[in-house]
Design a protein around this ligand. Structure first.
Ligand code: HEC
Length: 133
């Protein structure tokens, strides 16, 4: 009986703690699903084909420029404007900008939305966290 109560209260505690820790793994999960195929899970890319995002000055630089690459695509990189919403783009870029030696400010959803609007791109049509690749 006591054990059952203990388990019940532990479950409650875990449930209460979950939303706090849900934020960080999200960017990582989005990266694994949408980006790691080319840039690799360790962000080092493949020389001559996919640029390293680890310790990358462009990645650490202007948030607007980085969001633009994702929204418009560039060279051999597909655009994610249709498959990822502004919140997901903010999450994945915040993860990239704070991983593998990068230390740059996170992006907020409304910053990405502003870049999307400036580029006159429609809102993402895919489901949340979609991966079209
Ligand atoms: C199909 C392969 C592919 C996928 C998937 C992909 N990228 Fe890329 N990415 C590239 C290529 C190729 C380039 C270089 C584009 C160029 O030459 O202009 C690039 C460039 C970039 C750059 C600019 C780097 C620089 O130094 O200028 C960023 C930032 C970036 N990718 C982030 C991401 C993120 C975040 C995702 C996932 C949401 C992603 N990429 C998914 C292939 C990919």
């Amino acid at each position: 009986m006591i054990a059952a109560r203990l388990i019940a209260s532990m479950t409650l505690l875990l449930a209460a703690a979950a939303p706090v820790s849900a934020q960080a793994p999200d960017g990582k999960m989005l990266f694994a699903k949408n980006c790691a195929a080319c840039h690799l899970a360790n962000g080092r890319g493949i020389a001559g084909a996919f640029p390293a995002l680890a310790a990358n000055d462009f990645v650490k630089g202007s948030a607007v420029d980085v969001a633009t690459v994702l929204l418009k695509g560039r060279g051999g990189m597909p655009d994610f404007s249709g498959s990822l919403g502004d919140g997901d783009i903010a999450l994945v870029l915040s993860y990239v900008r704070s991983s593998w030696g990068n230390q740059a400010a996170p992006l907020q959803e409304d910053e990405v939305a502003a870049v999307r609007a400036a580029l006159q791109l429609p809102k993402a049509s895919g489901g949340v966290r979609g991966n079209k690749h």
